[in-house]
Structure formats: C-alpha cells, structure tokens
Design a protein around this ligand. Structure first.
Ligand SMILES: Nc1ncnc2c1ncn2[C@@H]1O[C@H](COP(=O)(O)OP(=O)(O)OP(=O)(O)O)[C@@H](O)[C@H]1O
Ligand SMILES: [Mg+2]
Length: 512
C-alpha cells in the first residue's frame, strides 16, 4: 500500500449497502471524506444518513461493501472499536442512561480504572467537568441525567464524544434540542475542533446551518448517494432539489384566515415551581386563541413555552393557578385524559421520553388514542387498524418498512410524523404543537405547513411553538412572546418583526 498523500481521503465508503429485512436503507453508497473538512450529509427522513453514520462508528456491523480509514480497509466490531480508531459519534436519538450521573454517562463503557480495578470517579468527574466547561454547560457531573432537560441531555451526549480526543467526530443532528445560544456555543466549539484538525461529519435538516458550516455536502436519497458538492459551488435550492427530487416551495406567506369564535382563554395563569417554593415557572399569563387561527408562542428555550402547553393539557407537574376556559367554560384538567376528552391534543417536544411506545408497532403508535375507531362488531379489527393507519401514513408521507414494523425501526423524522398523525386522528378542537418540525425534513415540513393551514380552515384552534422563528413568522396569525415565564410581547401579523420578537424574548436576560 502506498504512503498516504495529502489528497488521500481520510475515509472512503466503497459500495456500502445495508438492508433491514426488506428495507433498503443504503444502496451501493460510494463517497469520500477529506481529512480536516466539515462534511455535511443531508437527505430526507429515512434517506439513510443515520444508518451510514452508524456503520462508520461501529454501531452497525453487518453491511455489504468496504470502509477504508486512512487508506486501510477497516471493519469495526463495536462503537468502542471505532472510537479506538479515532471515530466518535454523537447520536441523533439521545443514548443516555437516565438513572446514571452525567459523569457516569460520559464514561459509560470506557470507565477509567485504577490498578486494582477501582473506578477513578474523581478523575472521571474532573474530566467531565472540563468538557462541560468547554461547552459552557452549567450542569454538574454528579447530576442524574434523567433529571436534566432535553437540551442539557444533548450537551451531555456531545460531551461524551468530546471526552475522547477523536480524529473524526460524527454529529447526527446535534442542535435539534439546543437553544440559539447553545447552538452558537457549539458552533464556536466546532470552529476550535476544526482548527485542531478534527474531521467532522455533520447531519442536519437545517439548511442555514449546513451552509454556514460545511466545506462539502453529500446528498442521500432513498439510500443512494446522489451527489457530493462543494458548498461554495452550490446553493440551498440546489441541495433541496437533489434531496427531494423535485422543486420545493419556499415557506409561502399564508392565505388570509378568517378566525371564528374564541376557543381557548387563559386568564392570570401561574405555575409554581415544584423545586423552589415561592418561585414561578409561569406568571400571570393571559391569552386567547380563536377557531381557525394559529397562535405562536415564541421565546428562548426555558422561557416557559412547553410548561404553558403542559398546563393547557393537564400535564403540568403541579396544578396551575388562574383560569383556563374552553369555549367559554372554565376547565381544570388534572390529567391529560381529561383534556383529550374535551378535544385538546398535544404533540410534545421530546418524542422519545413522552410519546413513543417502544414496544408497539407503527400502526399501534398511530392509533393508540383512537383505537375505538378500529372496533368492528365489538372486536378490535386488525384489518381496520391497518386501513386507518395506512390513511395517516399516506397523508403525512410516513416512510416505514411496514405498518407492523416496530416503531423503533423508523427514522427519527418518521417517528415524529407518527405522533402528529396520532393526535390529528383525535380530531381535536384545540391542537397544541410543541416544536413539531424538529428533526423532520424539508419535504415533510412543507406537508405539515399545508396541513396546519388546512386544519385552520376547518376551524381548529392551534397553538404552535418552534425553535425556528421564521417558521412562526410564516405560519402564525399572532405571536405571544414568553420570557422567563411571563408574557413580554404580543404581535399581530402586520406587526411581525424578527428583531422585535427577539428583543422581547431576550430582554432583561444575560443570554446572548
Ligand atoms: N433498526 C432498523 N430496523 C429496520 N429498519 C430500519 C432500522 N433503522 C433504520 N431503518 C430504516 O432504514 C431507512 C434509513 O433510516 P435512517 O435512520 O438511516 O434515516 P435518516 O436519513 O437518518 O432519517 P432522519 O432524517 O429521519 O433521521 C429508513 O427507511 C428506516 O426505516
Ligand atoms: Mg437520522
């Protein structure tokens, strides 16, 4: 074998294919990653991005084709094996053990041991602390992971990869649960890593991130490698077209809506903090939503958006104070089931922890709230179930190996679509959407935007949060801004301004 040259790719994938039963996840993929570059991998939900990354990082070991690292054929037998060769991965679906501490998670499976086999806890904690500091993450290494919010968990996942000096770092949608400020810190860190010569493989559905960070971009479609382009020689439009295989409309400005009667009224709603007596998560919130309109909730992560939606759904950890009225009648939900019975639905932010039933299949996950519809002659009809699930799968273009496949076999974005389908089936009057497009691809977003518009025309009342402000600006009739649990701004469509909303969301805070 010849000595490595400057131009020899660091990683070469040669004719890699991977099947899951009848599903072709990767089909004859050949591509190269140059040393020291930031290489973005993009594609629709289910295109095969995570599968390819799992092969590169030793998570998936049975595949066809060949992998070369620094010109040498390699075949990793485990993630530890890949890590030893210098490849670390930050997983898309968080892979943490909730019962363990942050430090224990960071060192899971590669604990530092002393001579007699004792765990070097102190050393592991110090090392964890260092990495968390680099991420400017205020979490303590001794904190139990299950008690952290999703954004912090994602930072722990990132810390785990950083704790070992990797030559190649794979990031599978690392920013999907991060705040704007956390994202900026991650980008700074990515800059540092690049200056140290680390090669980064970066998966994201956010086109602006991809164009801000990448040197090169590879597009996967239906498991095939469609193109690899220099970022400077292409455009978001071209990449999107390659991903989807057709032209995608930009977020269109919405059609004139005609809101009907008030569906939801919230008056003086406050939510005490369970952990600190006398402090508030939400304070004195007033708002209303009409039938046929979308109310946006803007605010930084931690501003109280999710908590507010939880209050409206009877899912807050402690009962809220103040008044909630549905169709003018006061309601007090002690449990989500009561909210569902009154026509309220919540698509929540953290699908893995709160919404997916891992043991159930795709059809069951879609139908779990509306199983009654599949009862025929007093019995649950499997055929009817499949038929109903099929309708939803078509409506939202869910890509699944089959409706009887385990939900865990679906790509991240397709899992999210199943949850949206589940709640739409309950035909709610009030639909609460907590960052519903997180992790779903451009094509699916377009579908969802159209769907939201359609639901509005059917006089559904919708409350929407999003981690992407442009999305709120495009979809909402009005926006209410939360900042540290209080309303700090109200905007109607003709007053929408990104700057003004951001100012209201950040005013009086240290966040940058
Ligand atoms: N463990 C599994 N069992 C069966 N099928 C699987 C499994 N993992 C992935 N698949 C299938 O392989 C295909 C590719 O999935 P993959 O997770 O790589 O997509 P992705 O590009 O990462 O999508 P997303 O953007 O939604 O994360 C999908 O059709 C998926 O359903
Ligand atoms: Mg994926």
């Amino acid at each position: 074998m010849s000595a490595p040259t400057m131009t020899e790719p660091l990683i070469q994938c040669r004719r890699i294919s991977k099947h899951f039963g009848g599903t072709v996840a990767l089909d004859d993929v050949t591509l190269e990653i140059q040393r020291g570059t930031l290489h973005a991998i993009v594609g629709e939900n289910g295109a095969g991005k995570s599968t390819l990354m799992k092969i590169l990082s030793g998570v998936i070991t049975d595949y066809q084709g060949q992998l070369l690292l620094r010109g040498q054929p390699v075949r990793f037998v485990s993630p530890l094996d890949a890590a030893a060769a210098g490849i670390s991965i930050i997983h898309q679906e968080l892979n943490l053990v909730e019962e363990l501490t942050v430090a224990a998670n960071v060192f899971l499976g590669r604990e530092l041991c002393g001579a007699a086999g004792w765990l070097r806890r102190g050393q592991m904690q110090r090392r964890t602390q260092e990495v968390l500091q680099r991420l400017q993450c205020p979490v303590s290494p001794q904190e139990v992971v299950g008690r952290l919010r999703v954004g912090d968990q994602q930072l722990v996942e990132i810390a785990r990869a950083l704790a070992f000096d990797a030559e190649v770092l794979i990031m599978d949608e690392p920013t999907s649960a991060l705040t704007e400020a956390e994202t900026q810190r991650l980008f700074q860190l990515i800059g540092q890593l690049r200056r140290q010569g680390v090669t980064i493989l970066y998966i994201s559905h956010k086109m602006d991130e991809v164009f801000q960070l990448a040197d090169r971009i590879s597009v996967l479609r239906d498991g095939r490698h469609v193109a690899t382009l220099d970022r400077k020689a292409t455009s978001p439009q071209e990449i999107t077209r390659l991903m989807v295989g057709r032209e995608v409309q930009q977020q269109q400005s919405l059609r004139q809506r005609a809101p009907g009667p008030v569906v939801l009224q919230v008056r003086g709603l406050s939510l005490p903090r369970a952990d600190i007596p006398g402090k508030w998560r939400l304070r004195d919130i007033d708002l209303e939503v009409r039938a046929g309109e979308v109310l946006g909730l803007a605010g930084l992560m931690g501003a109280g958006r999710t908590e507010l939606l939880e209050c409206l759904f009877g899912a807050s950890p402690v009962p809220p104070q103040g008044e909630i009225l549905l169709d003018g009648k006061p309601v007090r939900f002690e449990h989500p089931a009561q909210a569902v019975a009154q026509g309220v639905a919540l698509v929540c932010e953290d699908r893995k922890r709160q919404a997916l039933f891992d043991q159930l299949d795709v059809a069951e996950n879609i139908l779990i709230c509306t199983l009654r519809d599949a009862v025929q002659a007093g019995l649950l009809s499997p055929r009817k179930q499949l038929q109903l699930a099929q309708q939803e799968a078509q409506r939202l273009r869910i890509r699944a190996p089959g409706l009887r496949a385990p939900i865990t076999a679906l790509s991240g974005g397709n899992q999210q679509k199943c949850i949206i389908a589940r709640w739409l089936r309950t035909a709610p009057r009030l639909l609460l959407l907590d960052d519903p497009t997180r992790g779903i691809d451009v094509g699916a977003k377009e579908e969802l935007y159209r769907l939201i518009d359609q639901l509005c025309r059917q006089q559904m009342a919708i409350v929407l949060t999003s981690s992407e402000l442009p999305e709120l600006l495009a979809l909402c009739d009005r926006i209410v801004v939360l900042n540290q649990g209080r309303v700090t701004g109200r905007f109607s469509r003709d007053q929408f301004s990104q700057q003004a909303i951001l100012a209201a969301a950040t005013g009086g805070q240290e966040e940058t």
